[in-house]
Ligand binder design. Structure first.
Ligand code: GAP
Length: 489
């Protein structure tokens, strides 16, 4: 592959060609930054979601999962600060009328500088941007854009408006009654799943008899009216988050923050993705609710970018909900405080949040898995596209391929399908040559293919082919199920 841009384009095309991801409502030319998952993509996405859910809830006795509604009482978003603070500074080009998020515009220019070998200049630009963003200094940011002569990609001019704030929440009308004041009926599509957890903190704590420290996990859709929605499923307007809020005693946040940073990085590494593809990035400008925050960045085809956020959210959210709802959000801790010899008593818990985009994780997994292999020999040219997906995430675990459509081979293959189908996703295929069928399974990331041939009829053995090494071995048909189960763990 010539360069990373080409590689990224190849991955996007592959996702479409093999039923992983389609542009939304494509017959109407699509909808910007909205995507549909196809038959293979939905399976892969579900497997990532299940892997996260199991590692958070099943493997942690003190974390439970919920499924809150997307619509929430509008006051939720006033309390959380999203109505007032969930803004991005943006700027318009007066000639092209194109709108940019200021940080994206500047980062794009820094990337160009780096490509031109001007690393130091790019770093200075990014450092200046971080400092100005941290102070919300919009005049300074505009000056920076002018100083660096940053141009609009469409008009190629530097004719910019002033920088303004733009709220990213989508709103809609609720109910059927018409109100003279549109604000009365206004509800928001949640921009994060976290608030569904906060407003249920006491419900879960009381009904689940949860004792601090404990966590509440949730997976669900979130919506943001992103100004610059691009880079495929990296930045979407409708996406899915996998979030966990961990409720702790005030004063212990530093230690839990470090613990969750380490735990989450280990989760990523447990998928077998090399450690050097990840790095931490500490936030310079903290969100309105955080006293510490970092991203786990992943090396996507377009460079290192945020994959997951770990935030020390203090008691901000519960305190705000207590104030706006007038309902106490306190926990009574009857553990003994060694400093006083008395119970810790009532307090509003502090929170450590782990928040990962499911779609971004999908992009990380598929871009890491994608490989174009040259298999040419002196005798013939050959190649394949293979997805080296972790076996536990692969949409199809086993393909069962009778060598021919006759002589009782399909019937024997069906016996194997019947044995394996209840345990994991299998796929049966008798069309095309065996080589073509292998290639198709490689492109879908299927870790195992089994070929049922004439020898199988006499001695009950089959050929199992391993996707990554392409090695084949003869095994008893009765052992296939166990072999695959072991690999998918
Ligand atoms: N509750 C905290 C929160 O929402 P965030 O850093 O804004 O924090 C968390 O988002 C994660 O959600 C990000 O790390 C990213 O993986 C994912 N995410 C955010 N915006 C996204 C978008 N427009 N498209 C896809 N994923 C997004």
């Amino acid at each position: 592959m010539a360069n990373d841009t080409n590689r990224f384009q190849a991955i996007i095309s592959h996702c479409k060609e093999y039923g992983f991801i389609f542009p939304s409502s494509e017959i109407y030319d699509g909808l910007q930054a909205v995507y549909d998952y196809g038959q293979m993509g939905a399976e892969l996405k579900k497997n990532i979601r299940d892997y996260w859910w199991k590692s958070m809830t099943q493997l942690n006795d003190n974390i439970v999962g919920i499924d809150a509604a997307i619509f929430m009482h509008p006051t939720t978003w006033k309390a959380s600060g999203h109505v007032d603070n969930f803004n991005d500074p943006m700027i318009d080009n007066k000639d092209s009328k194109k709108r940019y998020r200021v940080d994206h515009l500047i980062e794009g220019h820094a990337e160009n500088l780096k490509t031109a070998g001007k690393e130091a200049e790019a770093d200075a630009l990014l450092a200046a941007m971080d400092a100005l963003l941290a102070k919300d200094d919009f005049a300074g940011l505009k000056q920076l854009i002018e100083d660096y002569k940053i141009k609009c990609a469409v008009s190629e001019t530097c004719n910019w408006t002033d920088i303004r704030q733009f709220n990213l929440m989508f709103s809609t009308e609720f109910g059927s009654t018409v109100s003279s004041d549109a604000e009365d009926n206004k509800v928001y599509l949640r921009p994060e799943t976290a608030q569904g957890i906060f407003v249920n903190f006491l419900n879960v704590q009381k009904t689940g008899r949860m004792k601090i420290p404990f966590g509440i996990a949730q997976v669900g859709k979130a919506f943001r009216n992103e100004i610059v929605a691009r880079q495929f499923i990296f930045r979407m307007r409708e996406f899915e988050q996998m979030e966990m809020q961990f409720f702790i005693r005030p004063g212990t946040q530093k230690e839990w923050y470090e613990k969750w940073k380490e735990t989450r990085l280990n989760w990523h590494k447990s998928l077998g993705i090399p450690a050097e593809k990840y790095r931490f990035h500490d936030h310079v400008k903290l969100a309105h609710y955080a006293d510490a925050a970092c991203d786990i960045e992943f090396e996507f085809p377009m460079g290192f970018k945020e994959l997951e956020g770990i935030h020390s959210r203090t008691d901000f959210d519960l305190k705000q909900h207590q104030e706006y709802s007038k309902k106490k959000q306190q926990y009574f801790d009857n553990d003994i405080d060694p400093a006083t010899g008395k119970p810790y008593g009532n307090y509003i818990p502090y929170v450590i949040e782990t928040s990962i985009g499911l779609d971004r994780m999908f992009l990380a997994v598929i871009s890491q898995a994608y490989e174009e292999q040259d298999l040419s020999t002196p005798e013939k040219t050959d190649s394949r596209v293979v997805l080296h997906l972790p076996a536990k995430l692969a949409p199809i675990k086993l393909a069962v391929l009778p060598l021919t459509k006759k002589d009782g081979l399909p019937e024997l293959a069906e016996q194997l399908m019947a044995e394996c189908r209840p345990h994991f996703r299998c796929f049966y295929e008798e069309k095309d040559s065996i080589g073509k069928r292998y290639r198709r399974m490689d492109a879908l990331g299927t870790p195992f293919c089994v070929t049922v041939d004439h020898q199988s009829l006499t001695d009950g053995t089959v050929t199992i082919r391993h996707r990554d090494s392409m090695e084949q071995e003869r095994v008893k048909m009765s052992e296939v199920r166990e072999l695959v189960m072991k690999a998918i763990g």
